[in-house]
Design a protein around this ligand. Structure first.
Ligand code: C5P
Length: 325
């Protein structure tokens, strides 16, 4: 059986408004997700047992075994499919992927990693989303994008968005998505990758601590109407001014060098700057592709980050790469 390869983007949060901690340990969010053109490629093929191999610059930082989100996504999809009416007869009860071509058999997952790990870009969630889309194809399961998103949400808060892509408002843990009705404006970004990682739970905990120390308990998070209006106008300068991330002070408290990185990008002409998600990647919005190139060159010369990448958005979510391309 031919392996299936899926390309999946990283995400930025143009707004990330975080409410108080919930009883389950998560925080209610209102966020504006934005998929950008930095991709992992995930290939699945039938195998004797489930396994994952990772290649690329960040490979040694990706967890293996059951801590790997792509493997967990495959297990979650298999469980959902096994619960569907007629599942037993469809799969013939077979768990072997050894080329039989039937059922939800075992798979070998290969991740070509370009999205840095624990960097605030939802790289792990992206791989989970890609594994879902790939197995849906490999097993001819016929789940819709929305159904795959719901399976993904059981694996991680950002997985549903990586399936959907584009620009979308996320609520709840981030898994309740509404595509943003905005024109097809292309935004040009420079990403500054940090020399280090930040664990997402640690950044949320730091935010709770900072708020407690200031006795500043947040209300329910709200969508920024001005950001949405800037996106509807396709006005990059205004979008740049309205970028916001409640996790940014927490990320900076844990990784103080980010302050210098953000300041450098703004001095070098970025329309706006923010920490990506829980960090430590910083994202800079440029007025156009040319200025993004100049900004990337200057930032990498300024010695304020490990490396830089130019990306644009929005781009579609996880999608199968046509065979032979
Ligand atoms: O859902 P996911 O596994 O990506 O979340 C990782 C961690 O980030 C959670 O365990 C939690 O500590 C934190 N988180 C949160 N509120 C959210 C999303 C994530 O507190 N809405």
């Amino acid at each position: 059986m031919t392996p299936i390869t899926v390309r999946v983007p990283a995400k930025l949060n143009l707004q990330l408004a975080v409410g108080p901690p919930r009883a389950d340990g998560y925080h209610d969010l209102v966020t504006v997700f934005h998929a950008v053109s930095l991709y992992d490629e995930v290939t699945v093929c039938p195998a004797g047992r489930d396994g994952v191999t990772v290649t690329g610059e960040w490979a040694d930082r990706v967890p293996g075994g059951q801590d790997n989100l792509a493997l967990r996504a495959v297990a979650a999809l298999r469980a959902v499919l096994a619960g569907r009416p007629g599942a037993g007869s469809r799969s013939g009860g077979s768990r072997s992927g050894g080329g039989s071509g039937s059922g939800e058999g075992n798979v070998q997952i290969t991740i070509a990693k370009r999205i840095p790990v624990a960097a605030g870009l939802a790289g792990g969630s992206a791989d989970a989303a890609a594994a879902l889309v790939a197995c849906n194809e490999l097993w001819a399961s016929g789940l819709t994008q929305a159904e795959l998103g719901r399976v993904g949400a059981t694996v991680g808060s950002d997985v549903a968005f990586a399936v959907l892509g584009g620009t979308a408002v996320g609520r709840g843990r981030g898994e309740q998505l509404t595509p943003a009705l905005v024109p097809a404006t292309r935004y040009h970004w420079v990403l500054a990758f940090a020399d280090g990682q930040l664990p997402t739970p640690g950044v949320y905990a730091a935010l709770d601590r900072l708020r407690a120390a200031r006795d500043a308990q947040p209300g329910e998070p709200d969508l920024d109407a001005e950001l949405m209006s800037a996106l509807r106008c396709g006005d990059a300068a205004l979008v740049g001014k309205k970028l916001s991330n409640d996790l940014q002070p927490a990320a900076i408290s844990l990784f103080p060098a980010l302050r210098k990185t953000l300041a450098a990008g703004l001095e070098l002409g970025a329309l706006g700057a923010l920490v990506a998600g829980s960090g430590p990647t910083c994202a800079f919005l440029a007025p156009n592709a040319e200025r993004a190139l100049a900004l990337a060159v200057s930032l990498s010369g300024a010695g304020v980050c490990r490396s830089v990448a130019r990306v644009s958005g929005p781009v579609p979510g996880a999608a199968v790469v046509p065979a032979g391309s």
